[in-house]
Structures are given as structure tokens and as C-alpha cells.
Ligand binder design. Structure first.
Ligand code: BG6
Length: 314
């Protein structure tokens, strides 16, 4: 996409740096560039010797990651809309500071406000191992005071190298403990969900949201034959996405996350959602590194929490 130079836009009352300003301050020739789509959405494109990637400034949301010589790893719906303040279907949305519906305020946005807010970029580095490191920050004005009265900061550190690493950093600046729920809600591209298996969750207890939240125990690998919406509790190990059609394995490694959410909406729910695309559900699976349900995190005053993940393909 050709960068549209010299334009600027407003977002939730805030002046946003123009694309030309962003390119001047953070662009790296042949490696990092910013562009704006016709709807005004700003994206960062990264290209290095390891991979290419795209991140939307809204939500600091990764929407594409293609390791060199491989097929795309991240699923983005063909019907994804890039509209200010609306969630993007696919990619790696940041759910924060709660996961799913707010526990008491039903009119607060599902999965928190971070994914639909406009983030700033605060650092871009080209590293000696050929990787590119980007730091996004949620500006103070983007924290809606009526939904979140705490003094916290939130950063999303993304490193595109031989693997993809994401580190979601929450800092409690206040003098009271703060409890957060969160997830890196990543949609992975798969050949056909009906042939995919997830390994690494065997014997974990999970909350089956499709069955009203009842607790079950995972027996063997996870297979997909219907709508699947589960929160695996106390799940800290790697998950392997085995994809025989794409002849690929994606390894999901994490730290600072004690729950793993596995989601595929299947046919009926996809139809209701309206932005999954035709048969989109067949080609995606969400494996979300989370702190959800009873696995939320409490940060003491001054404490910092890292939800860190690494995705590798083989
Ligand atoms: C998953 C939840 O993480 O996200 C599901 O477990 C939910 O219950 C899904 O349907 C998608 O959420 P949203 O808000 O992006 O439609």
C-alpha cells in the first residue's frame, strides 16, 4: 500500500501524528514504514530478513505475520472491518483489562477497551540479529475513566525475528492493588479446522463456555467438531497446533499467563457474528494466552506484569 503522506486524523478527541511524521520519526528504510488506508486506519509494515508483518495502531493489533518462505501464520477475516473504535476480526487482538464480558457492567465493551483504542508507537529498533522490535503504548487519554479508575500503564512489545514475540506489560502506578484480566487473542491460520489437533492441554481442567461454563477435564489432544469455547485453567505449558493440511506445526510458548483460551465459533455462531467471512471458521483457530476467569492477576502497588508469548513454526 502506498503511504498517504501529510494527512492527520483525530481519534477519541486526540490529535494523531500524521503518517509522514510517523515515517520520519520511526520509519527505517526497507524495514519499517507506516501507511494509512482509505478509511484513515494507520498500519505499520515490517519487513526484515526473517519475516514480514503488519500491525494496526488501533489496538496495537498485529494483523499479519509471514515468516520468510512460509504461508501466513495469522488469520485475518476477509470481512474484517477497519473502522475506528470497532474491533478487527482476526490478527492478535489485545484483550485488557478484562477478558470477555465485564463481570458486573454489561454495557462495558467485551474484552476491555484496549483493542479498540488508538495506541501510540514509542520505540522502533532494528536489532543486530536481524529482528525488528516495536513498542506500542496506550496513551493516558485512551483509558476511559468511567470504566477504569486505576493508574496503570499498558505497553505492547512486539519482536519480529526468527519467531514472533509479544510482551504485554502492565504497570500499576497507583498505591492500591489492581486486578486485571487479559489475553492475547491470537487467530491462527489453519488448513481445515476439522483436521487440526492441539497438543499440550491434556489433563487440564477447563471451563466449557458452550456448555454454560461447566468444568471438564481435557482427555487427549483437542479436536474440533463443533463450536468450541474453553478456558483452560492452570495452563502454563506450550501448546502445539498440529496442522496436517498445511504440513505445519505452530508452537505457542508463554510466560505470565495461567490460562489458555481455545475458540472456534463454528457455523451458526459465525453466521450471527457477520464478520467471519464465508466459511472463515474452517481456516482459523484461536489459542489465546490469557489470565481469565479465576486466573486473573493482581498487581501490588508499583508492580509490573508481563504476559509474554512466543510463536514459532516448524
Ligand atoms: C473468545 C471468547 O476469547 O472471544 C468467546 O472466549 C468470544 O466467548 C470470542 O465469542 C470473540 O469475542 P469478540 O468480542 O471478539 O466477538
Amino acid at each position: 500500500m502506498t503511504p498517504k503522506q501529510g494527512s492527520s486524523s483525530h481519534y477519541r478527541g486526540e490529535a494523531v501524528e500524521s503518517v509522514s511524521e510517523l515515517n520520519r520519526r520511526y520509519g527505517i528504510p526497507d524495514q519499517v514504514s507506516f501507511c494509512q488506508d482509505p478509511g484513515g486506519f494507520i498500519h505499520v509494515d515490517v519487513k526484515n530478513s526473517w519475516a514480514s508483518a503488519r500491525i494496526a495502531l488501533q489496538g496495537a493489533q498485529l494483523t499479519d505475520w509471514v515468516p520468510k518462505g512460509e504461508a501466513p501464520v495469522i488469520w485475518l477475516s476477509k470481512e474484517a472491518s477497519f473502522q475506528k473504535g470497532k474491533s478487527i476480526r482476526g490478527g492478535a487482538p489485545v484483550c485488557w483489562p478484562w477478558f470477555g464480558p465485564h463481570e458486573s457492567q454489561r454495557d462495558f465493551p467485551a474484552h476491555g477497551f484496549a483493542r479498540t483504542a488508538l495506541w501510540e508507537i514509542s520505540r522502533v529498533e532494528s536489532r543486530s540479529d536481524g529482528s525488528t522490535h516495536l513498542v506500542f503504548r496506550l496513551p493516558e487519554a485512551a483509558f476511559p475513566k468511567n470504566q477504569w479508575a486505576h493508574a496503570t500503564t499498558l505497553e505492547n512489545h512486539i519482536t519480529i525475528g526468527s519467531s514472533l514475540e509479544v510482551d504485554l506489560v502492565t504497570h500499576n502506578l497507583g498505591n492500591q492493588p489492581v486486578t486485571i484480566g487479559q489475553a492475547l487473542h491470537t487467530y491462527f491460520q489453519v488448513g481445515d479446522i476439522r483436521t487440526v489437533r492441539l497438543l499440550g492441554l491434556e489433563e487440564c481442567v477447563y471451563l466449557d463456555k458452550v456448555a454454560g461454563g461447566v468444568r471438564k477435564i481435557q482427555k487427549g489432544p483437542v479436536n474440533f467438531t463443533e463450536e468450541t469455547d474453553r478456558i483452560y485453567l492452570g495452563a502454563t505449558g506450550d501448546v502445539l497446533i498440529e496442522d496436517p493440511l498445511m504440513k505445519r506445526q505452530i508452537r505457542v510458548t508463554k510466560n505470565g499467563s495461567t490460562s489458555t483460551v481455545v475458540w472456534n465459533p463454528w457455523i451458526e455462531k459465525s453466521e450471527k457474528m457477520g464478520d467471519m467471512g464465508d466459511e472463515g471458521y474452517l481456516h482459523m483457530v484461536c489459542v489465546e494466552n490469557a489470565n481469565a476467569a479465576e486466573d486473573v492477576v493482581t498487581l501490588a502497588p508499583g508492580a509490573e506484569h508481563h504476559l509474554w508469548v512466543r510463536y514459532t513454526t516448524a
